[in-house]
Structure formats: C-alpha cells, structure tokens
Design a binder for this molecule. Structure first.
Ligand code: AMP
Length: 249
C-alpha cells in the first residue's frame, strides 16, 4: 500500500512570531523554518507502517516555495522513499492544497494519505477534511492510534469526551494528533542518503489547479500583552481581591 504524506514548511515552533509592521502577516524574513510538527508525526507513522510491512512506499508531498525542498529532504532522511514538490509563490490556502493533493492522489492511487491535523502557522485544520470531501474517501481526523488490517483502517480519535474509534475502508484520509507517536530524528547517514532520493518538481498548472487566494487577510495583530500579576500575602487577601473583582462570592 502506498502512503502519501503531505508536509508543510512552517515557522519553527520554538520561534516567537513577529507581526509585520503593516499588520499584513507574520514576518518570515530570516527566521528558522521547519517541518510542521504534526507532519513529522505523519511521516513517522508512515515509516512505522512500512516497518510493519503494511506500507510499501512513502511519498512526501509539499506545496510551497522552492525552499520547501529542505522540508521534503527531512522527510526523505526520516525514511520517505520519494518526494513531490509543487512550487507555488505566496501563501496557498487549504482548498488549493487539497485540490493539488486530490490531483496527486488521482495519479498516485495511494491506500492512505496521512496529514497533520493542522499547520501551526495558520491553524486552519481544514486540508485533510477538504481532501476527504474532494476524493470522497473516508476520514479519521485527530488520530492517536492507527491500525491497518487488510483494506480496513481503524483510527482512534481524540475527541472532547475521550476517544472514539472509527473504521475506514482504504483508500482513506487520516490526520495526526500529538499523541500518535514520537517522531524519530534523521541519522547523519540517512541525511546523506536522502540527498540522492528522487524529488520531482511540479507546478500547480501541471495539475490544472488555480491557487489564487479566495480569502483576504484583513489584519494580523499580536495578542494583547498580559497584565503583570500581583503577589498576595495569604489566601484571605486572595479571596478578598477575587470578591472585589466579582470572580468569587
Ligand atoms: P491546515 O489545514 O492548513 O491546518 O493543514 C493541515 C495539514 O495539511 C498539514 O499538517 C499538512 O499535512 C497538510 N498541508 C497543509 N498545507 C500544506 C502545504 N502547503 N504543503 C503540504 N502539506 C500541507
């Protein structure tokens, strides 16, 4: 079974985002970029399925600027077999990403597509769901466990009230949650090997997809600064203050 893993290049999760002076977005100049953490989990899961003999080939896909090649090389160093880069300038919205992934699914006929539940830059949490709608395949989102048995995939999902298990028929779409696994680090020999793994370069036009934005970002603002806290001497003073604020009776 072939597994497709879409990986997005995003601002590294350790970097504190800076909003551009004109409020048009986050400043990405000279900041560390990395693979979206949920996508690392997706790559790891695909590799584990290959190690179990379930997956036969892992194809990593990224849509974005040419530098997304680095992200794909990371996926290849972790254990993906080959990669596809769809080069697009500027932000590509989830609907356009999903349309491109749908076209790639038509060509590649995977048994499983494992995406991250969300990209930590835009926090959209839409692409997997849109891809499921476009392909008409079943979806198991926010997965904390994936078990493949023949043409069935059992996905344990992290939902508000606890865990829900769904059974999907392949081909299927799965999105990863944080507790699914702990991604491995690529070893130095594997980083070297990844340099010679195949990486195909495509454009949205190759797939007949228009990536023009459908949304306009009105403004981007930093969260309000938190007010400094105050120390209280004892619980009585705390309760008095809370009552004064109307928080306690
Ligand atoms: P989002 O819906 O934007 O929060 O993203 C959810 C998931 O879709 C990500 O974790 C990736 O697996 C995938 N994805 C979103 N955008 C891209 C992109 N530009 N290239 C590759 N994968 C993407």
């Amino acid at each position: 079974m072939k597994v497709i893993v879409p990986v997005k290049r995003v601002l590294d999760y350790n970097v504190k985002p800076r909003v551009k002076a004109d409020g048009s977005g986050v400043d990405l100049a000279n900041v560390k970029m990395s693979m979206n953490p949920f996508d690392e989990i997706a790559v790891e899961e695909a590799i584990r399925l290959k190690e179990k003999g379930v997956a036969t080939e892992i194809v990593a896909v990224s849509i974005g600027e040419a530098k997304a090649q680095e992200t794909l090389r990371t996926a290849l160093a972790m254990g993906a077999d080959r990669a596809i880069l769809v080069t697009a300038e500027g932000p590509v919205e989830p609907l356009a990403v999903a349309k491109l992934l749908k076209a790639i699914c038509d060509e590649e006929a995977p048994g499983l597509v494992i995406l991250g539940k969300q990209a930590i830059d835009d926090d959209n949490n839409q692409t997997g769901q849109m891809l499921a709608a476009l392909t008409g395949w079943g979806q198991g989102t926010f997965a904390s466990k994936i078990e493949v048995d023949g043409d069935k995939v059992q996905v344990t999902r992290e939902v508000d009230g606890g865990l829900e298990t769904v059974s999907l028929s392949t081909p299927a779409i799965v999105t990863t949650d944080l507790r699914l696994n702990e991604p491995r680090y690529a070893s130095l020999p594997n980083i070297m090997k990844a340099k010679s793994k195949p990486l195909a370069q495509k454009t949205p036009a190759d797939y007949g997809v228009d990536t023009a934005p459908r949304l306009t970002i009105v403004s981007v603002a930093e969260p309000a600064k938190r007010q400094a806290g105050a120390k209280v001497a004892d619980v009585d003073e705390l309760v008095t203050k809370l009552k004064a604020m109307g928080v306690a009776k």
